[in-house]
Design a protein around this ligand. Structure first.
Ligand SMILES: Cc1cc2nc3c(=O)[nH]c(=O)nc-3n(C[C@H](O)[C@H](O)[C@H](O)COP(=O)(O)OP(=O)(O)OC[C@H]3O[C@@H](n4cnc5c(N)ncnc54)[C@H](O)[C@@H]3O)c2cc1C
Length: 421
């Protein structure tokens, strides 16, 4: 095997020794898998000076923990009868719920429309419930959301918040080729819908430049060593749990025609004095502005929200609506007794907002994304890759994880300051 610096697909992106595999980068919303090869930035594009941020654990304003609702076969989108109710499921979107929400809602509400019922109940007000409710309204339905929490208090707002449409969305084999086609349909529809939310006051949906930085190029040998280290015993089919990063589906090559691709930064021009780097324009969701906008749209269209907690499917029988769209996310494991849901823990750390910082970056196992509601920092496990957090439903913050992730940037900026001085 050679030591080619820039490889493609699961065979890596730049310097995974410092960054993680392509899959890990996609998981962080930092790059699409197809962007791995990329081309060089043309000479007329200059990399702007990037202000460092105060990467200091003393600046931590919040630590959020979320459980990705992962299903090996992909999200549950089938239909069930409970008494006189027809229940349309829409849950289990793994690490891709924000990204696929509109496309998933479009598929589910398309099925709802065939019932000709105009009164629709939606269970859940996370990003999947809310986009399902809005899609049903746009199809002419009168919608009531029944939920334990509204969007600002759901797991959804504990996410990272960028375009990551195939981040732990399914395992390749259990999902099969039909899901790959469905995924493409959802991703394309969502992307197009999000484009309609660009350029609005408060930037609910925005783009920013993401820099993927590394001290050394990745070699084939390094990646193969890493993949070997990640593989557990057996696979999902034999154990009922994913055992290796390589089992996770990657579909983003299907939509490279609409997603801006990464470009290699010319040697000597990489930010913060790092040796290797790529830049990609990424879509991101500013939770505050976007959430507020969606809720306002829902109420303006006559939607109602009822605060209610369900404990078993039988509870649905008391609802006045005959059609129910079920969007409880990971909570379906308990209240719908769906044990096909596998928890995948993730944690984000928030520093105060810095409106003058308009970029995101990933370096040495940490990512940062500057958003209107704060600077989001997330660490990721270079050895475990997609397996990080799998099977872990512990929803309490781990401050040491946050401090480790911030420390990566402290070290980078300090090193850079010393070089300059
Ligand atoms: C660390 C991390 C980072 C992530 N980053 C991204 C990203 O960058 N991009 C991306 O696309 N995705 C990302 N995700 C994934 C994304 O957050 C999820 O896929 C998405 O939030 C799932 O949304 P949901 O609406 O299905 O579930 P939830 O947000 O959990 O909403 C469920 C709703 O159902 C209600 N509910 C649940 N049970 C009941 C009950 N019994 N009775 C009544 N109501 C009930 C809840 O109150 C809530 O309103 C990330 C996830 C994590 C953990």
């Amino acid at each position: 095997m050679g030591s080619k610096p820039f490889l493609t697909r699961r065979k890596a992106f730049i310097a995974a020794g410092a960054l993680g595999t392509t899959a890990a980068l996609r998981r962080q919303g930092l790059i699409s898998s197809a962007a791995a090869a990329g081309s060089e930035l043309p000479p007329y594009i200059e990399i702007p000076h990037l202000q460092p941020f105060l990467a200091d654990p003393n600046q931590i304003a919040d630590i959020k923990v979320c459980i990705r609702p992962f299903r090996a076969a992909g999200p549950r989108l089938d239909v069930e009868r409970i008494g006189d109710k027809t229940v349309f499921h829409n849950y289990g979107h793994g690490g891709s719920g924000w990204s696929l929400s509109w496309g998933s809602a479009n598929i589910v509400i398309g099925k709802v429309a065939t019932t000709l019922e105009k009164k629709v109940a939606v269970i859940g007000c996370g990003i999947i419930g809310l986009t399902s409710a809005l899609t049903a309204q746009r199809a002419g339905c009168d919608v009531t959301i029944y939920t334990r929490d509204t969007l600002p208090h759901t797991r959804s707002v504990r996410a990272n918040g960028s375009w990551t449409p195939d981040s732990r969305i399914a395992l390749t084999k259990p999902a099969g080729p039909a899901f790959a086609d469905l995924w493409e349909q959802m991703a394309r529809f969502s992307w197009a819908t999000y484009r309609g939310y660009l350029g609005l006051p408060g930037a609910p949906i925005d783009f920013s430049d993401h820099y993927v930085l590394s001290d050394k190029p990745m070699t084939t040998e390094d990646i193969e060593k890493k993949n070997a280290g990640k593989i557990g015993k057996g696979d999902y089919a034999s154990t009922g749990m994913p055992q290796s990063s390589s089992e996770f589906a990657e579909y983003s090559d299907r939509i490279t025609d609409i997603i801006p691709q990464a470009e290699t930064i010319r040697s000597g021009e990489v930010p913060f004095g790092v040796a290797y780097g790529k830049r990609q324009q990424m879509m991101m969701y500013n939770f505050g502005a976007y959430g507020h906008l969606l809720l306002s749209e829902f109420f303006q269209a006559g939607g109602k929200i009822v605060n209610r907690e369900f404990h078993s499917p039988e509870d649905l029988k008391s609802l006045p609506e005959k059609v129910v769209v079920n969007c409880p996310g990971y909570a379906a494991r308990e209240w719908w007794n769906d044990k096909s849901l596998i928890p995948v823990r993730g944690q984000t750390t928030w520093l105060p907002p810095r409106p003058d910082l308009r970029y995101g970056m990933v370096y040495n196992g940490s990512s940062m994304l500057s958003k209107s509601d704060g600077i989001m920092i997330q660490g990721f496990d270079l050895e475990l890759g997609e397996m990080a957090g799998v099977g872990n439903s512990f929803e309490h913050p781990d401050r040491s994880e946050s401090e480790r992730a911030i420390g990566v940037f402290t070290e980078l900026f300090n090193r850079n300051a010393v070089k300059k001085g």
